[in-house]
Ligand binder design. Structure first.
Ligand SMILES: [Zn+2]
Length: 102
């Protein structure tokens, strides 16, 4: 009876020791996971902000003119996106790029 009690106590001490060892490891794992997730989230946010900026602003920092669907007045093709120029002309992104490079 006494020997069985001692064995039970020793077993519970071993279980307690294992739990005390696992808790810091689990905490460390959660901390590493949180840091990696934060880093991925920040990189994704930065990429999305750059994408948003590139859609609205040209490489020289000036905003693109208003845009919509329609026909390009230069190449006369239907486009998902044409820029409405101040001169009442509509240009597709390719023609707009050529127009600005010249
Ligand atoms: Zn065009």
């Amino acid at each position: 009876m006494l020997l069985a009690d001692i064995k039970a106590i020793l077993l519970s001490l071993q279980i307690l020791k294992a739990l005390l060892l696992l808790f810091p490891l689990a905490t460390f794992g959660v901390a590493i996971w949180t840091l990696v997730t934060m880093w991925l989230w920040r990189a994704d946010k930065r990429r999305a902000e750059q994408e948003w900026y590139d859609l609205r602003y040209r490489a020289d920092g000036k905003p693109y003119p208003p845009a919509g669907r329609g026909f390009c007045d230069n190449c006369e093709t239907p486009c998902q996106k044409v820029y409405y120029m101040p001169s009442n002309r509509r240009l597709c992104p390719d023609c707009y790029k050529k127009f600005h490079e010249s």
